[in-house]
Design a protein around this ligand. Structure first.
Ligand SMILES: Cc1cc2nc3c(=O)[nH]c(=O)nc-3n(C[C@H](O)[C@H](O)[C@H](O)COP(=O)(O)OP(=O)(O)OC[C@H]3O[C@@H](n4cnc5c(N)ncnc54)[C@H](O)[C@@H]3O)c2cc1C
Length: 473
């Protein structure tokens, strides 16, 4: 059977059965065409708003498969997309008509506990890495939802409960193995291909396909003090006032996330509040347990919480605490800003918009990230944004296509109403499909963007990695 694929020029390339057979002979993983039983499952990613149909999906089992896929793409000048964990909200992992290079079967992790280093293949989820590193009481700086892919998260920056202590995820990279646009397998580190290493620490998918990451690890847990405290939505302003004071004074071992939303039917929340507005604060203290207990006591004593599940728990459990709120297959639309602080006027604005959320699954989140990342110079990596102290994410989440417009309008209105409180920066990994050049510019700032654009012309002159948030201007 002849396979028709979209090329970089937007034309159709007809691949003969012989072309396909020649490729398959050098490729170890499954190769899926439309109509194959596993094709639909594999093209579907976390955000159900994305419904694209690649011409061919190649499921890589290792670096050589990625290399072979890249050679094949070059040979036929194919449009391509790269899938790590498939969690980018804009659906960058899946292209229409082209070649989807899927790294999600590549989930090996090797830990060198003595050197405090982990090597992780690029298809890993955060949970895969935490599982292996926590066996040694170590952790990489990763994100807040354990099913997210490490690849997109790391090459876009990355923040989570350890960011206040150790900076962006990409600030903690030692090296990467990369398949380049000209189909070479290279290592990128501070000493080897240093420009490529710089570009891949925030420049997202524009510069190559990372096949594995080498992370610097830090002692964490395995038991930490963490969980969440929730109050009724009527108390939101009081809770956000307390959050402002509490988070500003908190040592870096303590990270907190404020969440405004409708209470889901979660077992940790009493039935009486299900469906009611709540304000919750998720906390994770990775220092000594008794120090954490003392630090958290005033917050836990605030007003009349409707639930409090702060306790000693495995760090891996903490890392998965928000998972149930972000299932694969719902419709999602986000807007976000970096913030220098959580001011009273900002709190009033987000509290009012949280009340007006169209869907019970939607939430407004404030992630505390200030600390180590602020101490590095802006030019350290394209992840930049060294003035950010919090991330505001207005996270629309709903089920039916007919509700798209109302939910997207809600997120956009809250975004515009909070714009004046932003640092002006934003996170490239939270940009939706309709966030264009202006928001990418905001994610990088003029100097880092100019350097990225120059490096893009050098490392990817044909713009092979174009199914991403473009840094070319
Ligand atoms: C529920 C949820 C929670 C999140 N929480 C956090 C959080 O706490 N902290 C945080 O920092 N971010 C968070 N994010 C954002 C996250 O960082 C991005 O969605 C990121 O793209 C996820 O990586 P992925 O591998 O799953 O992405 P994919 O969708 O697979 O890929 C996204 C893009 O990344 C690039 N890419 C993927 N794999 C590779 C590779 N191997 N080499 C080079 N480029 C590649 C490509 O351009 C690709 O198009 C969250 C996202 C979701 C959906």
């Amino acid at each position: 059977m002849t396979i028709s694929l979209t090329t970089l020029a937007g034309e159709r390339a007809e691949l003969s059965p012989e072309d396909l057979q020649a490729f398959k002979a050098g490729f170890r993983g499954p190769v899926l065409a439309p109509g194959d039983p596993a094709y639909d499952d594999t093209r579907q990613i976390w955000n159900a708003m994305i419904d694209r149909r690649p011409g061919l999906i190649v499921r890589c089992t290792g670096s050589v498969d990625v290399l072979q896929a890249m050679r094949f793409a070059r040979q036929h000048r194919l449009l391509l997309s790269v899938r790590g964990g498939g969690h980018h909200i804009a659906g960058l992992a899946v292209c229409d008509g082209g070649l989807m290079i899927d790294l999600s079967p590549m989930r090996g992790v090797w830990v060198d506990a003595a050197q405090r280093i982990a090597h992780a293949q690029a298809g890993c989820t955060l949970a895969d890495v935490d599982r292996e590193t926590q066996q040694h009481g170590l952790a990489a700086v990763l994100g807040f939802v354990s099913q997210t892919g490490i690849a997109g998260l790391t090459v876009g920056g990355g923040f989570g409960y350890l960011t206040r202590r150790h900076g962006w995820t990409c600030d903690n990279l030692v090296s990467m193995e990369v398949v380049t646009a000209d189909a070479q397998l290279v290592r990128a580190s501070a000493d080897e291909n240093a420009d490529l290493f710089w570009a891949l620490r925030g420049g997202s998918g524009n510069f190559g396909i990372v096949t594995s990451f080498e992370y610097r690890l830090h002692p964490v847990g395995p038991e930490i003090l963490g969980g969440a405290i929730a109050w009724h939505g009527d108390d939101t302003l009081q809770v956000l006032d307390a959050y402002r004071e509490f988070s500003a004074r908190a040592p870096r071992e303590l990270t907190s996330v404020a969440v405004l939303r409708t209470a889901p039917p979660a077992p940790w929340l009493p039935k009486a509040v299900h469906g009611q507005p709540i304000a919750a604060i998720f906390v994770c203290h990775t220092g000594a347990i008794d120090a954490g207990e003392a630090l958290l006591a005033p917050l836990r004593a605030l007003g009349q919480p409707v639930a409090d599940i702060v306790t000693r728990r495995p760090y891996t459990q903490m890392q998965a605490l928000l998972d149930a709120t972000q299932p694969k297959g719902r419709r999602y639309y986000w807007k976000s800003h970096y913030l220098p602080q959580v001011s009273r006027p900002l709190a009033e604005t987000v509290a009012a918009h949280a009340r007006r959320a169209v869907s019970p699954h939607s939430a407004i989140l404030l992630f505390q990230i200030g600390g180590a990342l602020n101490e590095l110079p802006l030019a350290h990596s394209p992840a930049g944004n060294r003035d950010a102290a919090y991330v505001l994410n207005i996270a629309g989440s709903w089920e039916k296509p007919q509700d798209d417009a109302a939910n997207m309008a809600w997120a956009r209105e809250c975004f515009e109403a909070t714009r004046a409180h932003s640092t002006g920066g934003t996170y490239v990994n939270f940009l939706t499909e309709d966030d264009g050049a202006e928001r990418v510019d905001a994610a990088y700032g003029a100097d880092n963007l100019a350097r990225l654009a120059a490096l893009k012309r050098r490392f990817d002159p044909d713009n092979v990695f174009r199914h991403t948030k473009s840094v070319l201007r």
